[in-house]
Design a protein around this ligand. Structure first.
Ligand code: NZQ
Ligand code: ZN
Length: 337
């Protein structure tokens, strides 16, 4: 096992009705709120109304920025940061999936440091501070609600890249599984794929970390058991809750402690596919992971069969890869470009 520092400062509030405490939580940081959300799902499913009611209950002053797209753009982040700076906001409340919360992380840094968002993403400017971020998660997938990562794309430089900083952790994240009831079947499946892929990126990284390996195995088992059940019953609270918590734990540090690093090659390829074709993130991963395993099977056969034994009861490399591919196919996530 490698030396490691465990650090995760996000306060995570999980369960039915947790956003009832959102108003009083916002007051910890101030009354001027930059409210960020996406292309309107929160208005259609009633989440927006609940959040605004909470903010009004503490007389917060709300500045809204909406329209953040899936596979988010740095231009939107720069605009949101302008709005935040102009109005001297105290705190950001981000309501959405990974795209909205990632955008909010970089918006917070750009506001606090009065600097260009892309310079931050490219590590050209080293921020020393940020403004507080409160996340309300509406889609289980990325783990952004409890990690320091953010991913943005830039059409000028032709890139989709990630930026990691300990400043990026949300101060609070609110996870009500009922908020994910309306996530369509395709994005529900992509979320299951994404969380499995996060666990796998850790597993195929460098270094021996026995307990972290076991966390990976049980997180993937959880996803493979409850994912298909959830797709049959999208409004089942227990299934939504199990997948939501699995997605958080797949990328909040737990699966990585004691390793040198994760691999992240599949994610890098996936980001390029998303950039080129605007493919949803999870869908790129079900395409790339089986192909990546086929490419690397002679380099890491023991790693693949260790996983195969746990997940599928097989000690064959090829059967392991085939079973993973079959699983992705069974939940209607693509396995070919
Ligand atoms: O824009 P709206 O209208 O809100 O619709 C969204 C969007 O169309 C919709 N949606 C979200 N919650 C919903 C809902 N529809 C109905 N009911 C709800 N409750 O779902 C669509 C996808 O949303 P998005 O936020 O794009 O999905 P996801 O959470 O999968 O985030 C993907 C982004 O996160 C990045 C990805 O690269 C991608 O850009 N990632 C972030 C990571 C991180 N910060 O740690 C790690 C990941 O590996 C990933 O790279
Ligand atoms: Zn991912």
């Amino acid at each position: 096992m490698e030396n490691f520092t465990a650090y995760n400062p996000t306060k995570l509030h999980f369960g039915k009705g947790v956003t009832d405490k959102l108003g009083e939580t916002v007051l910890e940081f101030g009354k001027k709120v930059l409210l960020l959300y996406g292309k309107g799902s929160v208005q259609r499913n009633g989440i927006y109304e609940k959040i605004v009611k909470q903010l009004h209950s503490v007389n917060a002053e709300i500045f809204e920025f909406s329209g953040i797209k899936s596979n988010p753009l740095v231009d939107d982040v720069s605009e949101a940061a302008q709005l935040g700076k102009l109005n001297n906001v105290d705190v950001i409340v981000a309501v959405g999936g990974g795209s909205v919360i990632d955008s909010a992380k970089i918006t917070a840094l750009a506001i606090a440091n009065n600097t260009d968002s892309w310079a931050i993403m490219k590590y050209k400017f080293k921020p020393q501070t940020t403004i507080p971020l409160i996340a309300v998660l509406t889609l289980a997938a990325t783990g952004t609600e409890m990690n320091g990562a953010a991913v943005l794309q830039n059409h000028e430089t032709d890139e989709k890249i990630g930026y990691v900083s300990s400043l990026n952790y949300p101060k609070h994240s609110f996870l009500d599984p009922e908020f994910t009831f309306t996530v369509p079947k395709d994005y529900t499946a992509y979320g299951v794929v994404d969380l499995i892929a996060h666990a796998l990126e850790a597993y195929f990284g460098e270094g021996e970390a026995s307990l972290s390996d076991r966390f990976v195995e049980v997180i993937i088992k959880e996803a493979m058991e409850y994912g298909p059940m959830l797709l049959k019953e999208p409004q089942n609270y227990e299934y939504r809750a199990n997948i939501m918590w699995a997605a958080t734990t797949a990328l909040n540090g737990l699966t990585n402690y004691g390793r040198k690093s994760g691999d992240w090659g599949v994610h890098d390829i996936g980001h390029n596919i998303s950039y080129l074709y605007d493919t949803p993130h999870g869908a790129t991963l079900s395409i790339v992971y089986p192909a990546w395993l086929k490419l690397h099977k002679d380099r890491i056969p023991e790693r693949i069969t260790k996983l195969g034994k746990q997940l599928f009861g097989t000690s064959s490399v090829n059967d392991t890869i085939e079973n993973l591919e079959k699983f992705f196919k069974s939940i209607d996530s693509p396995i070919r470009l």
